[in-house]
Design a protein around this ligand. Structure first.
Ligand SMILES: C[S@@+](CC[C@H](N)C(=O)[O-])C[C@H]1O[C@@H](n2cnc3c(N)ncnc32)[C@H](O)[C@@H]1O
Length: 343
């Protein structure tokens, strides 16, 4: 049986909707003594609200979406939608396309574009409509497009070293009839320290997906080489300021410096979300990148690590790494690291 008391208490402590908790929590209970049906909030955003319950003095009934609490100053979600997002594991094969796919040919020049709909779902939790997001490693604009396709669009500024990616983002917006958000070509370290548009703006969210250490520089071998048909490494750029060209420890230091500048532009109480994958462990180097990023960014004054969401990307293919000799990790998930600017 689910302990609703402890959940209510946690929510009370965080000053969230506690009046409507009964309408959020509905256990399905044990079916036959051996199996328990998954509660609906693990698998669906909403089953429609329990019509027998009144919305409460702070609640606004949004019909099938559930009840919106007027005190919610983080996002535009109902209690049910909020609860659905809290699952620490996200199992979804998001399409790489925006809507019907017509602009993907433009964006696929990038080796690792983020699915816009994934970005939309994360941005929808951490911001309200019309608020501003910042992405210091924007590539072909997964985050900016994600903001634009939110139910109430968000605005954004994205920075990338590579102008070709920024052009592709803009062309994709034209093709999809989306607004073109601000982009700035350059090294985020320099841009964040000197660009007036950025220095005069406060953001409600940072969402970013940095290139990690010198991973992209490595030659492809084995199954990956067969798949891509070439062994050439594929760095994003040859630029020495490209984080994808740095050794592990240098990467961590430079990434922290860039995030420090970005966090200076973030409003207090708002969130910074960082995507990453671990690197292959080696003797003497466990390469637990997500833990190293958490520890490194936690040295930024006022920034506090608040938890992780794991995205199991079901669109990925499996390769028989190591076969038939040894175990080699095939990482099918990405870490979505969540930090909050508390002071
Ligand atoms: C993993 S990709 C981001 C992809 C992006 N999320 C998307 O949806 O297209 C990382 C990006 O960081 C950029 N980059 C690397 N070092 C940079 C730096 N110092 N300043 C700005 N951009 C940088 C690369 O050019 C690359 O496009």
């Amino acid at each position: 049986m689910l302990n609703t008391n402890s959940i209510t208490k946690t929510i009370e402590n965080d000053q969230l909707d506690c009046e409507n908790i009964e309408s959020i929590i509905e256990t399905t209970g044990e079916a036959d003594g051996t199996t328990v049906e998954a509660p609906f909030w693990r698998t669906e955003k909403s089953k429609g609200r329990n019509k027998s319950k009144a919305p409460g003095k702070n609640g606004i009934d949004l019909g099938e979406r559930g009840i919106f609490d007027k005190r919610n100053n983080l996002n535009d979600l109902t209690g049910r939608e909020w609860t659905f997002f809290l699952n620490s594991v996200l199992i979804q094969a998001y399409p790489p396309t925006i809507r019907d796919g017509k602009s993907f040919d433009l964006r696929k020049i990038h080796p690792s574009p983020k699915p816009p709909q994934l970005m939309r779902d994360i941005i929808s939790f951490f911001t309200k409509g019309d608020q501003w997001i910042l992405d210091p490693f924007v590539g072909v604009g997964g985050s900016l497009i994600g903001g634009s396709i939110c139910e109430t669009p968000r605005h954004g500024v994205g920075i990338d070293l590579n102008g070709v990616y920024l052009d592709a983002y803009q062309q994709a917006c034209v093709a999809e009839n989306l607004p073109i958000e601000s982009t700035i070509q350059g090294d985020s370290l320099e841009v964040l320290a000197s660009n007036n548009e950025l220095l005069n703006r406060e953001f409600s969210m940072i969402i970013t997906d940095p290139p990690y250490a010198d991973m992209m520089k490595k030659k492809k071998t084995g199954q990956k080489m067969k798949f891509y048909g070439k062994s050439d490494p594929s760095p994003y750029t040859d630029d020495q300021r490209d984080l994808g060209n740095l050794e592990y420890n240098d990467f961590l230091i430079r990434f922290r410096d860039i995030m420090q500048l970005a966090v200076n532009r973030l409003a207090v109480g708002k969130y910074a979300v960082v995507f990453c994958k671990d690197l292959q462990p080696k003797p003497g180097s466990p390469n637990i990148l997500h833990a190293d990023i958490i520890n490194t960014l936690s040295t930024i004054p006022g920034l506090v690590y608040r938890g992780v969401k794991i995205w199991y990307d079901q669109a990925n293919d499996l390769f028989p790494f190591g076969y038939p000799y040894a175990y080699v990790m095939h990482q099918m998930h990405q870490y979505i690291l969540i930090f909050r600017k508390e002071t």
